[in-house]
Ligand binder design. Structure first.
Ligand SMILES: [Fe+2]
Length: 461
C-alpha cells in the first residue's frame, strides 16, 4: 500500500463488472456479455481484505460444467448461425452490472433478469431473488414463454432517509409495459405497479425526485424477426435513433396520470440526480450522448473521433417543465463524462456536487482516464487525469448524514496500463489528491457499478 488509510474510512466496497470474456473458446462479441465478477474490499483499522468471486448464475454454472457456450447473450449468438439460435429467446443472465446492499441482502444486478443474492461475507451465490414471487411474470402466456420472470433494472434508487428502494423493469410484447418496484427497508416488495409504455424503448437508469419518477425514453427500434430467427444478436437488433428527441416519462410518486414530454435528442445511460425546483420544474443532472452508433458496433464507437460521430457523453442539466411540456438543456462542460454520481442520501434532495469519470473533449470516444467533480453552483470542474490508465466508477464515501459536506473520500478502481496491475485508489473527494493506493492481488477490469456498505452489516467485525 502507498499512503495510509485514514481513520474513519471503515466499510466494505463491493464492485461488479464483466470478469470473463469467453467460454469454451468462444469469445464474447460485446463487453456487456462478460460474466459478472464481484470484488469485495473490506477496509478497517486492521487493514484491507480482498475477496472475489463470479456470480454463479444457473447459466454460468451450466456453461462452466459443459465447457462450452449454451446460451445466447446480449451481444453474442451461439456458434452455428440460424439453426443454433432460432427461437432461442432465453438469454444468459450475466449478473454483471451492479451490486447493491439493501434490506439485509447483497444483490448482483443485471437489467434483463432477476437479481442474484450473494452472501455478503463470502460472496457465495445464494440464488436468484424474486422477492417472494413478486417478480414472477403475471402477464400473457407468450410473455411468460419469453421471460417467466420480470426484469429488475441494475439502477435502483435507495432513499437513505426512509430505507426504501425504488426500481423499474421494462417488458415488451403485444403490450409494452413499465413496472415500478418499491421495496421497503426490510426488503419486502409491494406488488409491482404497471404503467403503459408508448412504444419499445431502451432505458438503463431512472431519476427519482420528491414528486416524480422520470425515465428518458430514446427512440429505439428492435428488429424482432431477425432476433427471433437468430440472424442478429439482441444488441445487434437494437437501433437507437439518437437524432430524434427522447421522451421524458413522468410518473407522479403520489399517484395520478403519467405525462410524456418531448425532451432533447440523444441517449442517456446514467442520471446522477433528479430534484424538484421551486418553480415546479424538474432538474436532472446526467451524462448525455448526442450520437450513439449501433450498439454492437464498438469499432465505430471507439473510433468515433475518426468516423465523424460525436460519441462522447457530456454532463448536462435537463430542466423539464411538467406544466408547459417544455424541456431545456444546459451543458456543464465539453469534457467527456460517464457514471455520474452524488453523495448517497435522501432521494430528491438536491446535491451541489456531481462526481464522474472524465475524458478530454478531444478524445471523442468513451475511454475514461480521469475522475472529475462538478460544482453545480459555480460550474467549476475539478479534474484528475491518470494519463493512459483506465479508471472505474467513483464511489463517494462520507462521514454520514448524506450532505455534500459529508463527502470525504472517493474510491475508484484503476487499471495501470504500464504494469497491467489494478489498484484501489483512495482520494480526497474535493481535489482528488492521493490518500492511499492498494494494489489488488490480480488485474481486474474497472467494471461498472458498486456500493459501499457498513462493515458490521456485511459480516466484518
Ligand atoms: Fe449503469
Amino acid at each position: 500500500m502507498r499512503g495510509s488509510l485514514p481513520a474513519g474510512l471503515e466499510g466494505v466496497l463491493f464492485r461488479n463488472g464483466p470478469g470473463l470474456f469467453s467460454v469454451g473458446g468462444v469469445r464474447y462479441r460485446h463487453p456487456f456479455d462478460g460474466d459478472g465478477h464481484i470484488a469485495r474490499i473490506a477496509i478497517g483499522r486492521d487493514g484491507v481484505r480482498y475477496t472475489n468471486r463470479f456470480v454463479r448464475t444457473a447459466e454460468f454454472v451450466a456453461e462452466q460444467r459443459a465447457g462450452r457456450m449454451l446460451y445466447r447473450s446480449f451481444g453474442t449468438n451461439l456458434p452455428g448461425g440460424m439453426p443454433a439460435n432460432l427461437l432461442r429467446m432465453r438469454f444468459k443472465n450475466a449478473a454483471n452490472t451492479n451490486v447493491v446492499w439493501h434490506g439485509g441482502r447483497l444483490l448482483a444486478l443485471w437489467e434483463g433478469g432477476l437479481p442474484h443474492r450473494l452472501d455478503p461475507r463470502t460472496l457465495t451465490t445464494m440464488g436468484p431473488e424474486d422477492f417472494q414471487g413478486r417478480l414472477r411474470n403475471p402477464f400473457s402466456a407468450p410473455g411468460r414463454w419469453l421471460s417467466p420472470t420480470l426484469p429488475f433494472s441494475a439502477h435502483p434508487r435507495i432513499d437513505a432517509e426512509t430505507g426504501e428502494l425504488i426500481n423499474f423493469g421494462l417488458v415488451f410484447g403485444a403490450k409494452n409495459r413499465l413496472l415500478i418496484y418499491r421495496v421497503d427497508a426490510d426488503g419486502c416488495m409491494a406488488p409491482p405497479e404497471p404503467h403503459d409504455l408508448p412504444r419499445f424503448s431502451f432505458v438503463h437508469d431512472m431519476a427519482v425526485t420528491r414528486k416524480w419518477l422520470c425515465l428518458l425514453l430514446p427512440h429505439a427500434d428492435f428488429d424482432i424477426p431477425r432476433a427471433l430467427f437468430g440472424l442478429r444478436t439482441p444488441v445487434g437488433a437494437l437501433q437507437l435513433a439518437t437524432h430524434r428527441p427522447m421522451q421524458a416519462l413522468l410518473i407522479p410518486r403520489a399517484g395520478g396520470e403519467a405525462r410524456l414530454i418531448d425532451a432533447v435528442p440523444g441517449f442517456v445511460f446514467h442520471i446522477a440526480q433528479g430534484f424538484d425546483q421551486a418553480d415546479g420544474t424538474l432538474a436532472l443532472d446526467l451524462a448525455r450522448f448526442e450520437d450513439y452508433p449501433a450498439f454492437d458496433d464498438l469499432e465505430t464507437l471507439f473510433r468515433s473521433a475518426e468516423t465523424g460521430h460525436d460519441s462522447l457523453p457530456r454532463l448536462e442539466r435537463l430542466i423539464i417543465d411538467p406544466r408547459s411540456g417544455r424541456c431545456e438543456t444546459h451543458r456543464w462542460s465539453e469534457r467527456g463524462a460517464e457514471l455520474p454520481t452524488t453523495v448517497p442520501g435522501a432521494l430528491g434532495e438536491p446535491r451541489r456536487f456531481v462526481w464522474s469519470l472524465g475524458a478530454p473533449a478531444t478524445r471523442g470516444c468513451p475511454y475514461f482516464t480521469a475522475l472529475q467533480r462538478l460544482d453545480t453552483e459555480t460550474g467549476m470542474l475539478a479534474v484528475r487525469d491518470f494519463g493512459r490508465d483506465l479508471v472505474g466508477e467513483p464511489i463517494v464515501v462520507g462521514t454520514g448524514g448524506g450532505s455534500d459536506g459529508a463527502a470525504r473520500w472517493v474510491l475508484s478502481i484503476v487499471h495501470r496500463s504500464a504494469s497491467a496491475k489494478t489498484e484501489l485508489l483512495v482520494l480526497r473527494a474535493d481535489d482528488f489528491t492521493d490518500v492511499a493506493a492498494i494494489e489488488l492481488p490480480h488485474a481486474l477490469p474497472p467494471g461498472f457499478h458498486g456500493c459501499w456498505a457498513p462493515r458490521a452489516a456485511v459480516g466484518e467485525r
